[in-house]
Design a protein around this ligand. Structure first.
Ligand code: ATP
Ligand code: MG
Length: 596
């Protein structure tokens, strides 16, 4: 992919900078970005964890046992909010014991270290116990979305050579029983059966196994580079890839949780992501527990009123969510937010997709806090670029690189290599210098693809971005989604952001549509907020609004209305699907498409 000339248009500066507060009730973990970045070393970050004797490192030890040994065993680790409305607290000591039992279950079944344990379950406590017990045992954990159908489940279990599957009896009957015969390597299926549900033939009841197992287990002496977790990417741009992560990723999960999310031991933290998406594991399980805080796990799906109730009733202090959810809350209106007591909130973060400036600013109106966008991907394992509590926010920017990460904008050369673009405000591919602990160590079964992700000492992210003169990074678009039109390089995000400023627009997705003269024209798909009807007049108004904001070269030429945009289960707009529909092309891999 070659990156054409810089774009001169820009949305930077369209919204006023939100200055960092001048004083604090609770001092941020990172107060002086420049100084922290200058003095940062990964060795020092590693020293913030305990480690195992002999140079070993194990995620479960850092997440659980370390706190129990330090006398914080009675602190609540996970507060589980059941769909039915009841809640259950798990202390660090209880969770550690449960993880020990799960590790013993694996041992009793003859599972070997390094073998893969998959989960297919909603956000139930057993999922968290299985993850932590698997790491403790030295096996490899791979969480799948419970909403996956049989085919995506089969594919991933096959690619990952799953040995054990933890699921529920209902999900087993509906989705796994029919494909079981095709999964020769899957030796054990452990099911959670509730309220008198049957344990299906060919499976074992997890509850009974846990109860029969010892609650003591000596954590496996895993080394930092030992495989720990497999995460499948969201499949936004194609077939999902299985990214391999290792135990030392915990060093990055811990320190980035401290700097970018401002986590501390007395926090009530709520990461709304499902562990089937990397965010729900890195920041829904590992990072918060390494900080010894109380993590909210909400089994239910998104619902604006329910979410505000959780924030209010649980006195959440730090909240990490995603742009789709934020836009749905915006759709429900700021008045709804203001009817709850959200005064305990200290920090609100967002990840997964570009966060339009409008949404950042809306946070200040509705919650009294801006949303802090941050950027990372399955391959990076943890947050790489972020807006920090103590740093001014430029709405629409992803922020600044975390201490410990060298980030650059690179250009692709004719010879296949890349060169760094030193000048600010030039679009190029976002790249990171390898060496951070949560870097992925491979794509399962695709060495070639892994190799191709690196060039000239950089990891190439596949995202296009630009850096401004002050070092802030601005997302332009995924390389696959960027539109070349009449010599301009257009990132869908800036067009979508402009459309989202219009009062009628709830969601927007923008693609390039091939055109004989321009190469491509910009086409936008829009869904409307409640109370607005699609009409030619509204279409013309939106086209005019976009033209006025972006100029004729960048503004969409066509707008189509859709009731909702196609999204992945992790909430990302699938522009490739909009493209396929528009052009009558095959839909491609739909395993991660959210079907409502
Ligand atoms: P696939 O690689 O299978 O197409 P995916 O890239 O969506 O799926 P993830 O690893 O879950 O899978 O998502 C990471 C990507 O999400 C990033 O590369 C980027 O394109 C996008 N992203 C994440 N956070 C942000 C953000 N703050 N701003 C803009 N884009 C973001
Ligand atoms: Mg990706």
């Amino acid at each position: 992919m070659s990156v054409p000339e810089a774009t001169s248009h820009g949305y930077a500066g369209a919204f006023r900078v939100i200055p960092a507060p001048a004083s604090w009730d609770v001092t941020p973990n990172l107060t002086d970005y420049g100084a922290t970045r200058a003095s940062f070393t990964w060795e020092a970050a590693r020293a913030g964890l305990e480690g195992l004797p002999g140079g070993g490192l194990n995620i479960a030890h850092e997440a659980l046992d370390r706190h129990v040994a330090a006398g914080r065993g009675a602190h609540v680790a996970i507060r589980w909010l059941a769909r039915a409305g009841d809640r259950r607290d798990f202390t660090y000591a209880e969770l550690s014991e449960q993880a020990n039992r799960f590790a013993n279950v694996l041992a009793n079944l003859g599972v070997q270290r390094g073998q893969r344990v998959f989960s297919l379950a909603g956000r139930i406590p057993e999922l968290y116990v299985a993850a932590l017990g698997t790491w403790k045992y030295g096996a490899v954990f791979s969480p799948l979305f419970s909403a996956f159908g049989p085919e995506p489940i089969k594919q991933r279990l096959a690619i990952g050579d799953g040995r054990v599957l933890v699921t529920t009896s209902a999900l087993y009957a509906r989705k796994v029983a029919g494909i079981r015969a095709e999964l020769a390597g899957l030796a054990h299926v452990l099911v959670v059966a509730r309220d008198g549900e049957e344990i299906p033939a060919g499976t074992l009841g997890l509850d009974g196994l846990l109860r029969a197992a010892s609650d003591r287990f000596a954590t496996a002496a895993t080394m930092p580079a030992d495989e720990a977790t497999i995460h499948f990417t969201s499949g936004t741009t194609g077939k999902p890839k299985g990214a391999v992560h290792v135990h030392e990723a915990v060093v990055a999960h811990h320190i980035t949780g401290s700097y970018a999310l401002d986590l501390r031991p007395d926090d009530i933290f709520w990461c709304t992501a499902d562990p089937g998406w990397v965010t729900g594991t890195s920041y829904g399980i590992i990072s918060p527990l390494t900080h010894g805080l109380t993590s909210i796990v909400d089994e239910a799906e998104f619902d604006a009123e329910h979410w505000y109730q959780v924030l209010d009733r649980e006195r959440v202090t730090v909240w990490y969510t995603a742009p789709t959810a934020i836009r749905m809350l915006m759709r429900a209106g700021a008045d709804l937010a203001r009817s709850y007591n959200l005064s305990s909130l200290r920090f609100a973060g967002s990840v997964g997709e570009p966060l339009n400036p409008e949404a950042v600013v809306w946070g200040t109106e509705a919650l009294g806090l801006p949303f802090h966008d941050n950027w990372w991907q399955t391959e990076t394992g943890g947050i790489v670029i972020a807006n920090f509590r103590a740093v001014d926010i430029r709405p629409g920017s992803m922020g600044l690189p975390l201490p410990g990460f060298e980030v650059g904008i690179v250009d692709h050369r004719e010879d296949g290599g890349v060169s760094v673009i030193d000048r600010p405000d030039v679009d190029g591919e976002l790249a990171i210098r390898p060496g951070w602990p949560s870097m992925f160590r491979g794509y399962l079964g695709d060495e070639e693809r892994y190799r191709k992700a690196f060039a000239n000492g950089w990891y190439l992210t596949g995202d296009l971005a630009r850096r401004d003169g002050d070092g802030y990074y601005w997302f332009v678009g995924r390389a696959d989604d960027v539109i070349k039109s009449s010599g301009h390089l257009i990132g869908p995000f800036e067009v979508e952001s402009a459309l989202l400023e219009h009062v009628a627009v709830a969601e927007a997705g923008v693609i390039g549509k091939p055109d004989a003269i321009a190469g491509n024209i910009v086409k936008a798909f829009v869904s409307l907020k409640p109370g607005f009807e699609e009409s030619d007049a509204l279409r013309r108004e939106l086209l005019g609004h976009a033209r006025q904001r972006l100029g004729a070269a960048v503004a969409p030429k066509e707008i189509a209305f859709l009731p909702a945009l196609p999204r992945t289960r992790s909430g990302k707009i699938m522009r490739r699907l909009l493209r396929a529909w528009e052009l009558g092309l095959p839909e491609g891999d739909l395993s991660t498409l959210e079907s409502s």
